[in-house]
Design a protein around this ligand. Structure first.
Ligand code: HEC
Ligand code: HEC
Length: 269
């Protein structure tokens, strides 16, 4: 296990993880036709810089990762597309309102919560994969009170993460630990105690640590003697091969549907 001793990095936006700004109720959001039209426009006008799947290129950032530390509301994305980002390579456009909303729908599908977008796969079959012995997800993760407590609770994973990020967490675990606020941490306190768990909402002044029993500790950094963050992950790294493509697709459909928000808070489906 590689451990990094921490030079207290300031991560000011960490507290915003998984919070998406004011879901818009514009009819294009979550609408498969609007998303398809937006995909076409994106391929023609945007993919040259942002990559065909928004994954980034030489001249434009990865829009999925960027949304984790710089979440934008649908209206803000609309304005970015219309006006560009002055002083950067992101150009203004002269698209109609409808075309611009189609692009927003595409970007929302890419970077917005998985539960607010159409997702391929069979969620009922995915439920069986999730709770089954082959995947064993519930040994570590809980959904709505059922399952293990050593890993992050997944009751709202679809309501808080884009589909691409959920997929990455499963097939390439460990990649986004810092962004997702899931760093494994060992905290040595000045009073002699040592706590181990997952570091949440870390700032220069405070740290929230969830220990192996699921208990939340609110710590002041002034009480901490040493904080060690681990780059490695406890999440199994072989799901990309252990599960079939169909199992993975269905599992993602099940996870995408995990959303604890009241129904009216969701985008139109
Ligand atoms: C010439 C390259 C280029 C093209 C073409 C381009 N972008 Fe960008 N885009 C950028 C760059 C560079 C940034 C980062 C700007 C910054 O530093 O804030 C960006 C940022 C963005 C952001 C994030 C803004 C934020 O504040 O987080 C969105 C959304 C976006 N682009 C969407 C699009 C869409 C949709 C299109 C097609 C209509 C497009 N871009 C075309 C280069 C480009
Ligand atoms: C041995 C324990 C263990 C098992 C089994 C396990 N996970 Fe994880 N998982 C973790 C831990 C610990 C994390 C916290 C982040 C990390 O360390 O990568 C995590 C992170 C995640 C995340 C990211 C959570 C977030 O906050 O975005 C998702 C999604 C996830 N796991 C899904 C699954 C699924 C689906 C399965 C079954 C196919 C599974 N996990 C099996 C331990 C486990």
């Amino acid at each position: 296990m590689r451990a990094i001793a921490v030079v207290f990095l300031t991560v000011p936006l960490l507290a915003q993880h998984g919070r998406y700004l004011s879901d818009s109720h514009h009819p294009s959001i979550g609408n498969p036709e609007a998303i398809a039209a937006g995909t076409k426009l994106f391929m023609g006008s945007c993919a040259g810089c942002h990559g065909p799947d928004g994954g980034g290129g030489a001249r434009g950032p990865n829009l999925v990762r960027r949304s984790l530390w710089h979440p934008l509301s649908d209206e803000a994305i609309f304005q970015v597309i219309r006006k560009g980002v002055p002083g950067t390579d992101m150009p203004p456009t002269k698209l109609t309102d409808d075309q611009t909303w189609n692009l927003v729908a595409f970007i929302h599908a890419l970077t917005g919560p998985a539960s607010t977008n159409p997702v391929p796969g069979d969620a009922a079959a995915g439920k069986a994969v999730y709770w089954g012995a082959k995947a064993g997800c519930a040994n570590c993760h809980a959904i709505r009170g059922q399952g293990g407590k050593t890993a992050p609770d997944l009751s709202n994973v679809g309501g808080s993460r884009p589909l691409a990020v959920i997929r990455e967490s499963i097939v390439e675990p460990g990649k986004d630990l810092t962004y997702l606020g899931n760093e494994a941490a060992v905290v040595e306190l000045k009073d002699g105690r040592t706590l181990r768990g997952v570091a949440k909402n870390r700032s220069n002044y405070s740290l929230q640590l969830v220990d192996g029993t699921g208990r939340l500790h609110l710590l002041r950094m002034s009480d901490v003697k040493e904080l060690t963050l681990q780059e490695t992950t406890a999440m199994p790294v072989d799901y990309g091969t252990r599960l079939s493509r169909t199992e993975l697709r269905d599992l993602l459909a099940y996870l995408a549907a995990q959303d604890i928000r009241p129904a009216e808070g969701k985008g139109s489906k």
